[in-house]
Design a protein around this ligand. Structure first.
Ligand code: NAD
Length: 263
């Protein structure tokens, strides 16, 4: 166990479960004081209660600007500052084909996934700008970096998060604030409540199953001073999925090709 985040205060939205929970646990192990922000109060309070005095829960709906401001104020009041903001909360959208989709979940998906990231970045950034800077990590998705089909509202929101983060990174750099994104892919959590196996087999070059811990490690790197020279990027944590589909070893190679004669 290192102390990569010793002396730092962090907020993790959507921190009660899945990737957010793994991030909270890793940050706490690395010496940070952490505020878990989530709409799920039972899970959030249980998580914070089990991690001791360095972790607190604040019920927050990230789509509500006043609640996000109250969250930032809570972190500053409870732990004396705010150095790392992980805008991780997100929800999925309909998998219906586009022309048959009534788009009834569109507003909520944009409010939570996109506005939640925008307002979290702004309110944390305002504090950081006046207190020497900080690191903001926004959660996009491989679904926002690649083409393809549904869930269309979700993937559109995730693409916008990556673009938003690039743009804001340039806008707030003068205050010592870094803004980066992670783009997880095919991680078993509450949001991926379907069998990931067939998709991983076809789409993911590294066939190992990615974990919430894998994603948390990338978030830790972007949160810590090890990434002090990095801003405005999006890091896929996806077993190579964005790079392209796996190239399988050929068993019957054409004569004269590189693989001819090999197993
Ligand atoms: N699991 C994956 O494969 C994957 C892939 C790409 C991106 N992501 C993204 O990772 C992030 C975390 O998702 P996860 O996979 O851990 O799923 P999850 O469902 O386990 O976690 C999402 C958390 O966000 C919380 N939340 C939902 N709406 C909220 C709101 N309005 N305000 C505050 N909290 C809210 C939920 O209560 C939950 O605790 C999401 O942004 C998701 O889109 C996940």
């Amino acid at each position: 166990m290192g102390q990569e985040l010793a002396g730092k205060v962090a907020i993790v939205t959507g921190g009660a479960s899945g990737i957010g929970r793994a991030t909270v646990e890793l940050f706490a192990r690395e010496g940070a004081r952490v505020v878990v922000a989530d709409v799920s109060a039972d899970e959030g309070e249980a998580l914070a209660g089990g991690l001791g005095d360095a972790v607190a829960f604040k019920r927050t709906d990230v789509s509500d600007a006043d609640e996000v401001q109250a969250l930032v104020d809570f972190a500053v009041h409870r732990f004396g500052g705010l150095h790392v903001m992980c805008n991780n909360a997100g929800i999925s959208s309909s998998f219906r084909r586009f022309l048959r989709d009534d788009l009834r979940d569109y507003d909520r998906v944009m409010a939570v996934n996109l506005f939640g990231v925008i307002i979290g970045t702004q309110r944390a950034g305002r504090h950081m700008a006046e207190h020497g800077g900080g690191s903001i990590i926004n959660t996009s998705s491989i679904g926002g970096l690649t083409g393809g089909g549904p869930p269309i509202s979700y993937r559109t929101s995730k693409a916008a998060i990556a673009q938003f983060s690039r743009m804001v990174a340039t806008d707030v750099a003068e205050y010592g604030i870094r803004v980066n994104c992670i783009a997880p892919g095919h991680i078993a959590t509450g949001i991926t409540n379907y069998d990931l196996g067939p998709t991983i087999e076809v789409d993911q070059p590294l066939q190992r199953r990615g974990t919430t811990q894998d994603v948390a490690e990338a978030v830790l790197f972007l949160a810590s001073d090890r990434s002090a020279q990095i801003t405005g990027i999006t890091v896929p944590v996806d077993g190579g999925t964005v790079a392209g589909r796996p190239v399988r070893r050929m068993t019957a190679a054409p004569a004269g090709s590189e693989n001819a004669g090999s197993a």
